[in-house]
Design a protein around this ligand. Structure first.
Ligand SMILES: [Mg+2]
Length: 192
């Protein structure tokens, strides 16, 4: 087997940047609640919030949130390890409703600035905004949303474990960045 240089697609929210803790912080403040990331055991966040909030929780998600969002611990080192192996990181992220072009652009810029600020992304790298990741131009996709991983058609999908996906079975899974790197190393040699 020949070793390959890979384009490694990295989801941004709750893979590289800890969006959910910030989102819950804003929700807890607004609705006097005490939810933490580990309480959110399915993708449908609205089912865990108070009834008076419900789907309004999605209105809290706004580009300014990225001014405050923290990185996932070890994210910058993880992406650097991808570069050090000779691969190319590429950031693949939904940015709200693509029909709302102003907000879509605002989300993309806010996420890029947060990735730069936390030393995760570097100048010249690509962030691709898009909700449908099935044909994303990458060899691997590491994402915390099971539908994105199962729908990915261009290579190997890896589910990044979070409380909202940790009972899902099927796709390849990584519980940590070191497990992601092990799968990258495997795919580099074995993938087609
Ligand atoms: Mg995500």
């Amino acid at each position: 087997m020949t070793e390959r240089e890979l384009i490694v697609g990295l989801d941004v929210d709750d893979v590289l940047l800890a969006l959910m803790p910030r989102w819950l912080h804003e929700y807890n403040e607004a609705y006097d609640d005490n939810l933490s990331t580990h309480d959110i055991t399915s993708w449908d966040l609205w089912t865990f919030v108070k009834p008076e909030c419900g789907k309004k929780v999605y209105r809290l998600l706004h580009p300014t949130m990225y001014d405050w969002v923290e990185p996932e611990p070890g994210a910058a080192e993880f992406v650097q390890a991808i570069r050090d192996r000779g691969h190319t990181p590429r950031y693949i992220t939904a940015c709200g409703d693509p029909k709302n072009t102003g907000l879509h652009k605002h989300f993309a810029m806010a996420k890029w600035q947060a990735l730069i600020r936390h030393g995760i992304a570097k100048d010249g790298e690509l962030l691709l905004p898009g909700r449908d990741k099935s044909r994303a131009p990458v060899d691997m996709l590491i994402d915390d949303r099971i539908e994105n991983v199962e729908g990915f058609r261009n290579g190997m999908g890896v589910l990044f474990t979070q409380p909202w996906n940790d009972t899902a079975t099927g796709p390849e899974r990584a519980d940590s960045f070191s497990e992601c790197l092990a799968l990258i190393d495997y795919y580099k040699e074995e993938g087609q």
